[in-house]
Write a protein that binds this ligand. Structure first.
Ligand SMILES: *Cc1c(COP(=O)(O)O)cnc(C)c1O
Length: 395
């Protein structure tokens, strides 16, 4: 028997649940890509992306997922043999670094920990050793979607400046833009990138990049540039050059609607919504952990992301069984453990189009699964999430 029917709830960290308004925005004919309407749509989106990244720098929209945008960033500012420093806190900065290595960069990983965020003091110490400024770029993620780590990008930016190092600071905000504060200019970030399908509630397929003047200066002499990604090509006068070809019109309709919804809500309210719902998830996980089987992957509470929570499962219990139960019996799809957490736990995504019923429903279903599968856990996790919301969301 099952209690699933109707819409399946995605609690995976991308692609995420899309609002019906976003889905409906795509249900229309294509646009004449040579029309004023097209140009205005592009202009409005580039302007609003600048607001999301909080930058006066230039924004670019690629038809690509996050991996594409990674490659686009690297190709625009690196030259063959350039040294890149990757700040490890899980899997994603490492993945970006692997791309750089495959493209011909020399990659050094500042060793991190799957259970901790990047420590800014270690970044500063490494950069101080680099007296000849061989390191040309520093790659970091704001949120590591595999480990659930939240990196303090502002503090890392300060550490780079304290070391007096000129390397470009390049930040991946794929799992955080639109969900948690991001201040590209104020935090000293030179290049930022993100994607459409996580916090931005839009189908996969759009990659976003923002670059400041310092990065655009380095770009002039970078020798890994290729036509599709090239910023200079995209700054050409004809509108089609902004997309290096045909504009992805339906994805842009969806993005326009999603950003309108975010701005109607107001970014600060969206950040608060994420913080409150993330804490509801954490309250539940903390209670479940009393059974000595479940626990947070990220050990330090201040380093846990407001967009995804990685839960480890010990004692020989199979997270796959819980995943299957939640999906097949109850219609909630949890994120599986990836990287070092493969087979070791599960992830609860709480980013983008999320609200109290979705989060309480997800937590309730997990608790049903824990019970049905006899996985030891503290009782009343969902109750703790309810109490937290009742305490903080005032009448
Ligand atoms: C999902 C993700 C990516 C990769 O994005 P794709 O669209 O899957 O290529 C990169 N970085 C982070 C932090 C992510 O969460």
């Amino acid at each position: 028997m099952t209690v699933r029917a109707g819409r399946e709830f995605l609690a995976i960290p991308g692609p995420t649940n899309m609002p019906d308004e976003v889905l409906r925005a795509m249900h229309r004919p294509a646009l004449d890509i040579y029309s004023d309407e097209m140009v205005e749509l592009t202009d409005s989106l580039l302007c609003d992306l600048g607001e999301l990244f909080a930058t006066k720098g230039r924004c670019y929209i690629h038809i690509a997922n996050g991996h594409g945008a990674w490659e686009g960033v690297l190709s625009n500012v690196l030259s063959r043999g350039d040294k890149v420093l990757v700040l490890e806190s899980g899997r994603f900065a490492i993945g970006w670094g692997d791309t750089a290595a495959a493209m011909g960069a020399e990659v050094e990983v500042l060793k991190g920990d799957w259970r901790r965020a990047v420590r800014p003091a270690e970044v500063e110490a490494r950069l101080r050793q680099d007296r000849n400024h061989e390191i040309k770029a520093i790659l970091a993620v704001q949120v590591d979607t595999a480990s659930g780590a939240f990196n303090d990008i502002e503090a890392i930016g300060k550490a780079i400046r304290a070391a007096g190092h000129p390397a470009l600071f390049m930040v991946d905000a794929v799992a955080s833009l639109g969900c948690m504060p991001f201040e590209m200019d104020a935090w000293g970030i030179d290049v930022a990138m993100s994607g459409s399908q996580k916090g931005l509630m839009t189908p996969p397929g759009l990659g976003f990049v923002a670059a400041n003047d310092r990065a655009r200066e380095v770009h002039k002499t970078a020798d890994l540039r290729t036509p599709y990604w090239d910023w200079t090509e995209r700054e050409g006068l004809e509108h089609y050059r902004k997309y290096a070809g045909t504009a992805p019109v339906h994805l842009l309709f969806a993005l326009r609607q999603a950003i309108d919804m975010l701005f109607d809500e107001k970014l600060e309210n969206a950040f608060l919504r994420h913080r409150l719902l993330a804490e509801a998830v954490r309250r539940a996980v903390a209670v479940w952990g009393e059974g000595q089987v479940l626990g947070f992957n990220i050990t330090e509470p201040s380093e846990r992301s407001n967009t995804v929570t990685a839960v480890v499962m010990n004692g020989g219990h199979d997270p796959g069984a819980l995943h299957r139960y939640c999906k097949e019996k109850c219609g909630v799809v949890l994120g599986t453990g990836i990287g070092e957490l493969q087979g070791q736990g599960f992830r609860i995504a709480h980013m983008g189009h999320i609200n109290a019923p979705m989060i309480l429903g997800t937590l309730g279903v997990i608790e049903v699964g824990l019970g049905a599968l006899d996985i030891p856990h503290g009782g009343g996790g969902t109750r703790a999430a309810i109490d937290w919301l009742a305490e903080t969301v005032s009448a």
